[in-house]
Write a protein that binds this ligand. Structure first.
Ligand SMILES: Nc1ncnc2c1ncn2[C@@H]1O[C@H](COP(=O)(O)OP(=O)(O)OP(=O)(O)O)[C@@H](O)[C@H]1O
Length: 606
């Protein structure tokens, strides 16, 4: 039986709980590397983002996996965890076995490596606005970064900071709040983890009053850093990164998200939680149950911040940040990161920030030129056959992973089933699938057993999966921001990718924004798209490409003429401090001019 048939037999797209019946053995288990996604029912998310790695800070989950390194309940260092003793950081000894599992080998393709265009990142246009913007760093050095963190960065094989990291490190080291808008796949996770971990490695845990200490031991976790993100998969992935960069330090990361066993999560929290990565819903639940106190938070981080502050999450975020026991905006540092920051969201976000620096890396909330965008005119009833043509035709596509976005959960299942019946190994991920099914689907996809994943928006943001070579927008999203995030699942860390969109008259609302985006990224704008745009303009007096129009994206809204007072602006035209890039745009055309000049970005950047 061929490998393909093998994989296909293990794919049963529409059946819940299939992993329990499956013969599928994940690759890391085949070679005896312990457990992960399947054995762990999610108490700490090693599954989603695990790329087959174990969860070494495991409490109970570790026990299940035969790896309970903590040795029972109670707060004491886990394997690979250091200590803070009498005001001094005492890193844990190196652990080669653990390192291999967390950081992999340079040859292992399941660990993302920087692509061909990575070295061109110095050409990325950068703008930082706000008072007294600190100078960017150019290398990973100590200071400002902690020595131990540098060792972990080296183990990750990161040789130099990406542009967003160059700026975020000194901004956070100088105790400034930050709103950072940087392209998908450009290293935002390191952009917030590096400076906050580094600071905490040096300052140690906040003292906990004796009374609270007793409570803490019995019931409650007091994290120092809180990272919130919108999806379970994304928080798991951030947690995996946090474990790598916190390796050997006194800090113990934890993750909580819905759909997983809350008791397991509570027990893990009790074992010690210094950095908490959470989805807002599950965090609210645990706060209500009194299992977490936010009283000691020094750093609040919102990843995919525009999504976190839009209508879906904003009330919950407001409650967590302003309605619980978190220190006020003046007593904590707040960092927000995303690839898109519409103006209305920036207005809202300022409630959570103080005297912040706005950082824009890459061109105005745009996409990377490493992603080749193709727009095809496809009517709804032709979509399936065009998709089959695409999947059958390109060798490039066949070699990598293909992510197909559809609008509805039902369509995700229907289409993946359709593809399976046509001998394309596909699976699906969407919000109606159970935690285990989502985890399983993602694992099949990452491992290449099912190199086609049909997804709803749940997979649109943040997911960092190596070797996604093609993203297909089978159904376009309603908002151009979502399009930017979706296609950003390919072309990451300097690698190249293709994004194909099926467009027809039903997508009129998006067309203007799409044309602007294609133009900004030096992509071809097909004639039919321009014609549709004209039609839309005539028919409805001008369709807009999502909230606020594209010109509001990636620009500090404080620089608009109707938002006094005007902060001073320091503009760094290139990530290496070269000539200026950002100048007036339509939206900001009336803003006072700074010492910037507008020029096109001729070179490859991501
Ligand atoms: N300094 C660096 N050197 C090399 N690779 C890096 C560096 N920083 C991050 N990466 C890698 O780049 C990839 C993308 O990083 P990350 O997921 O943080 O991007 P992102 O900007 O958060 O993307 P998104 O907007 O989609 O969430 C990851 O695989 C990460 O390991």
């Amino acid at each position: 039986m061929s490998e393909l048939e093998d994989s296909m037999n293990n794919l049963n797209v529409n059946e819940g709980g299939r992993q329990s019946k499956s013969n599928y053995v994940p690759p890391h288990r085949r070679n005896g590397q312990g457990s992960s996604a399947f054995a762990n029912n999610g108490s700490r998310g090693g599954g989603f983002g695990g790329r087959g790695r174990d969860n070494f800070s495991a409490g109970r989950g570790g026990g299940r996996n035969g790896m309970n390194f903590r040795g029972g309940r109670g707060r004491g260092p886990t394997r690979g965890q250091g200590r803070w003793v009498q005001g001094k950081h005492v890193p844990a000894p190196k652990d080669e076995e653990l390192e291999l599992k967390m950081f992999g080998t340079p040859e292992d393709p399941s660990f993302q490596s920087s692509g061909l265009n990575f070295d061109n990142y110095d050409d990325i246009p950068v703008e930082a606005t706000g008072e007294d913007v600190p100078e960017p760093i150019t290398q990973f050095t100590s200071p400002p970064l902690d020595e131990l963190l540098l060792e972990n960065i080296k183990l990750s094989r990161f040789t130099k900071p990406t542009p967003v990291q160059k700026y975020s490190v000194p901004i956070v080291s100088n105790h400034r709040d930050l709103m950072a808008c940087a392209q998908t796949g450009s290293g935002k996770t390191g952009g917030f983890l590096f400076p906050v971990l580094s600071e905490c490695f040096q300052t140690g845990p906040a003292p906990i009053e004796v009374e609270s200490e007793t409570v803490f031991r019995k019931h409650r976790a007091y994290p120092t850093i809180l990272v919130m993100a919108p999806t379970r998969e994304l928080v798991s992935q951030i947690y995996d990164e946090a474990k790598k960069f916190a390796y050997r330090s006194w800090m113990r990361p934890c993750v909580v998200y819905g759909g997983a066993n809350i008791r397991d999560q509570m027990e893990d929290l009790i074992l010690g939680c210094d950095l908490l990565v959470a989805t807002p819903g599950r965090l609210s639940d645990l706060l209500e149950r009194g299992k977490i106190s936010l009283a000691k938070i020094k750093y609040l981080i919102l990843d995919e911040a525009d999504r976190m502050l839009d209508m879906g999450f904003e009330p919950q975020i407001r409650h967590i940040v302003q309605g619980c026991d978190m220190p006020s905006v003046n007593e904590r540092h707040t960092l927000m990161f995303s690839a898109t920051f519409p103006r209305d969201i920036q207005l809202l976000a300022k409630d959570f920030l103080k005297d912040y620096i706005f950082l824009s890396v890459g061109r105005v909330g745009s996409t990377s030129e490493n992603i080749t965008q193709r727009v095809l005119s496809v009517e709804d009833d032709e979509k399936k056959s065009v998709l089959l043509d695409i999947l059958s035709s390109s060798d490039d596509i066949k070699e990598g992973l293909t992510l197909i976005f559809v609008e509805t959960k039902r369509m995700a299942d229907t289409l993946s089933h359709f593809l399976v019946t046509r001998n394309f190994p596909a699976t699906s991920i969407h919000g109606d699938r159970t935690q285990q099914e989502r985890e399983h689907a993602l694992h099949l996809f990452k491992s290449g057993a099912a190199p086609i994943l049909v997804a709803t928006a749940v997979a649109a943001r943040g997911l960092d999966i190596p070797n996604v070579t093609h993203v297909v927008n089978y159904d376009l999203p309603a908002d151009i921001d979502d399009y930017v995030h979706r296609i950003g699942r390919t072309g990451r860390a300097g690698n190249v990718g293709i994004a194909t969109a099926f467009v027809n008259r039903g997508n009129k609302n998006l067309i203007k924004g799409l044309i602007e985006l294609l133009t900004e990224a030096n992509q071809e704008v097909p004639q039919f798209l321009s014609a549709l745009s004209r039609e839309a303009t005539m028919g409805r007096g001008g369709a807009r490409g999502g909230r606020g129009g594209r010109n509001a994206y990636g620009k500090d809204f404080r620089r608009s003429s109707n938002y006094p007072p005007q902060p001073s602006s320091q503009t760094y035209g290139r990530a290496n401090g070269g000539s200026g890039y950002f100048g007036g745009s339509n939206f900001y055309g009336s803003a006072p001019s700074s010492n910037t000049t507008q020029q096109s970005s001729g070179s490859d950047w991501w």
